[in-house]
Design a binder for this molecule. Structure first.
Ligand SMILES: [Zn+2]
Length: 380
């Protein structure tokens, strides 16, 4: 599984948390089911935004990127995101990108111009399939204005830069395009085809569309990725959270006012695909609901077990039913809001039946509840 990582030119905010918490929950559930998950994330340290920020601050771009990378990793840890198997920086994978760009030229789908190397979109007729955009619409969404491209829809694989952050290549000194960074990293580690590729829904076009074109044109193997998962946007009072709108809440600032478990509980209230709203009111409500879940758990734990229970069968059924309902919700495209409801009902039942259970039954029930809660990342 590969998920697009952050561009490390600033602190990450709750919009990032929305995506990374969603994939953390998905990985936790896959592990709950007994799967082993190889979860790779790239770190985009070679990017225009990094270079521009560094220029403004008169700093070395890769050094600046390293600082924000460290901050990002701290924030992920603080949120309880611990299942990412490997991080890979773009700057450590430049030779792999050069190899892929060269391969695309050899296959006749990319060309060199004055300003760089471009992928010729019309040579890949499937382009647009993931986003569902027609060829006309693709033409209208003109990317990267540049007079040396053959067609407006062609996208950059390599940009020529005589100075600054740049590496030598067969096409002169320069930097890779954003899309080729991700296929070079993911395919060199996970192979030509792999199971899951994730990211925020705003990356579907052009980023992921371009990744499919690069990968499939290069290897001829279809599909490049078996499942594409995209997270909905995070909105603040009806608007996207973004720097340009000035409504950004950094993850580290949010963690001053809420615990990781509280934020995780709140985010799990929204299905990963849906747009979600961040509001203080809703966060307060979520905190109360998490507290009620904790109260049920402590009532249950405080109950003194009986010597032997006459209701063992009934309780066993209750536990297995909760487990089944939880799986049913999560198997339905990772329906975390539904899974949370199951947890609430189950915890309430355990609080009620706690004093009628024997020690062994009680332990089994507790393990079952905690395993489910661990998927959401709460109650631990
Ligand atoms: Zn990406």
């Amino acid at each position: 599984m590969f998920v697009c990582g952050p561009t490390v030119y600033d602190y990450v905010h709750l919009g990032h948390a929305r995506t990374y918490l969603a994939f953390d929950l998905i990985v936790r559930y896959l592990k709950f089911l007994g799967h082993r998950v190889n979860f790779l994330m790239n770190i985009t340290d070679v990017a225009e935004r990094v270079v521009q920020r560094a220029e403004r601050l008169k700093r070395d771009p890769l050094q600046l990127a390293r600082e924000y990378e460290t901050a990002f990793l701290e924030d992920m840890k603080a949120l309880g995101i611990k299942d990412i198997t490997r991080f890979e920086r773009a700057s450590d994978s430049i030779p792999k990108m050069i190899t892929q760009v060269g391969g695309l030229i050899d296959r006749g789908v990319a060309y060199e111009s004055e300003t760089g190397v471009y992928f010729e979109v019309k040579k890949f007729p499937k382009f647009g399939q993931l986003s569902g955009l027609t060829h006309e619409e693709l033409g209208l969404r003109r990317l990267e204005l540049c007079s040396s491209k053959r067609n407006p829809e062609d996208f950059s694989l390599w940009r020529k830069y005589g100075e600054g952050l740049a590496w030598d290549s067969p096409w002169g000194r320069g930097r890779p395009g954003w899309h080729i960074e991700d296929t070079a990293i993911s395919m060199s580690i996970l192979g030509d085809t792999y199971d899951v590729h994730g990211g925020a829904s705003e990356l579907i076009f052009p980023h992921h569309e371009a990744e499919i074109a690069q990968a499939e044109a290069l290897t001829g193997k279809v599909p490049f990725v078996r499942y594409w998962l995209h997270t909905g946007l995070l909105n603040v009072e009806g608007r996207k959270m973004s720097k340009s709108l000035g409504n950004v809440v950094r993850i580290r600032d949010a963690l001053h006012e809420s615990s990781a478990a509280e934020l995780r509980y709140y985010f799990a209230n929204f299905h990963y695909r849906e747009p979600m709203v961040f509001s203080k009111e809703k966060l307060t409500k979520a905190k109360q609901k998490l507290e009620s879940l904790r109260t049920s758990l402590s009532q249950f734990l405080a109950a003194k077990p009986v010597e032997s229970t006459k209701e063992k069968k009934r309780i066993d059924t209750l536990v297995s039913k909760a487990d089944l309902s939880f799986r049913r919700q999560m198997n339905n495209d990772f329906n975390a809001p539904g899974a949370l409801e199951v947890l609430h009902i189950f915890a309430g039942e355990l609080a009620r039946f706690g004093s009628r259970m024997d020690q062994e039954t009680k332990e089994t029930a507790e393990v079952s509840l905690r395993r489910m809660a661990d998927v959401i990342g709460i109650l631990s």
